[in-house]
Write a protein that binds this ligand. Structure first.
Ligand code: AHR
Length: 288
């Protein structure tokens, strides 16, 4: 878990954060629900009043929430940005109001002077770990892979794709034959997997599924079973997050591997925020 500081343009305040606005993406996955729960817990433990806003996976809802937090005069804002682009104006508004913004788990393409810090994981590395796992599993065999991508334009969808391609680079036996977004949801993971199965000889031509998160993999497992194939055997399954449902699938032999991502982004985020609000220090925060 990494937190980098890049915040230069705000004045420091003597007080610690009393009220923090949290613009959350939505509840598209088990991982996201865990992140929400942990953020609320962390705020409560630190005596911080958290104003929570669920954007239902829509950027316009997040922008409206941030504007409302600014109008309410919160001490700081946590933002888990659904997509990477389109944040400049609202981040400038927060900066002009001298309200520090901390990004959680996804990155934005804006200039890093527009936010205090970003707490997240190495998303490219996650994809690479998944790719390398498949290279080991499929050694010497022709392996046609289908890929379920996360939300289009989101940093995990972009980086996990890049990372996986890096992981399988040089393995000429492995080829991504189909790749489409399932928007990080179980329902769309199932729906898109159904279309992959249909297009690939009822699934017989698919060797492995790479899903950018566990929820889409769980949806796809259902589709594979309904197509009369055995997930985890006929089609290898690797995904990312390590939520309880994928462990259940793995212990039933219906999934093969997951790459763990901690949902506790808020702990390091509040640490960085409190350090900054206490004395204006920009610190690097590292957490396991
Ligand atoms: O940004 C992190 C990703 O967002 C998680 O891996 C996924 O489950 C969630 O929707």
């Amino acid at each position: 878990l990494l937190a980098t500081t890049a915040f230069l343009a705000f004045g420091a305040s003597a007080a610690l954060a009393q009220t923090v606005g949290f613009s959350q993406i939505g509840s598209e996955s088990g991982w996201r629900a865990a992140e929400t729960t942990l953020t609320k817990q962390q705020a409560e433990e630190r005596g911080i009043t958290l104003k929570f806003s669920d954007a239902q996976q829509k950027q316009e809802n997040q922008i409206a929430a941030i504007r409302s937090f600014i109008a309410q005069g919160v001490d700081a804002i946590l933002l888990a940005p659904v997509v990477a682009t389109g944040w400049d104006s609202v981040l400038e508004e927060a900066r002009d109001a001298e309200i520090p913004v901390v990004l959680l788990d996804r990155r934005v393409d804006s200039d890093d002077s527009l936010y205090l810090t970003a707490v997240g994981s190495d998303l490219v590395h996650e994809g690479e770990v998944a790719g390398k796992w498949l290279v080991d599993q499929a050694a010497g065999e022709e392996c046609r892979v289908v890929e379920l991508q996360g939300t289009t334009g989101s940093s995990p969808a972009i980086d996990r794709k890049t990372g996986f391609e890096k992981g399988i680079a040089g393995a000429d036996n492995i080829e991504i034959v189909r790749s489409q977004t399932g928007d990080f949801t179980r329902a769309q993971g199932k729906e898109v997997m159904e279309s992959f199965l249909q297009a690939e000889n009822g699934g017989k031509d698919i060797c492995a599924l790479y899903a950018h998160n566990d929820d889409m993999a769980v949806g796809a497992i259902q589709a594979i079973k309904e197509a009369g194939l055995k997930p985890g055997e006929d089609i290898l399954i690797v995904s990312i997050d390590a939520v309880p449902d994928i462990f259940q699938a793995m212990s039933a032999g219906e999934a093969n591997a997951t790459v763990e991502l901690t949902p506790n982004m808020a702990g390091p985020a509040f640490d960085a925020l409190e350090a900054y609000l206490a004395d204006g220090t920009e610190r690097e925060v590292h957490s396991d």
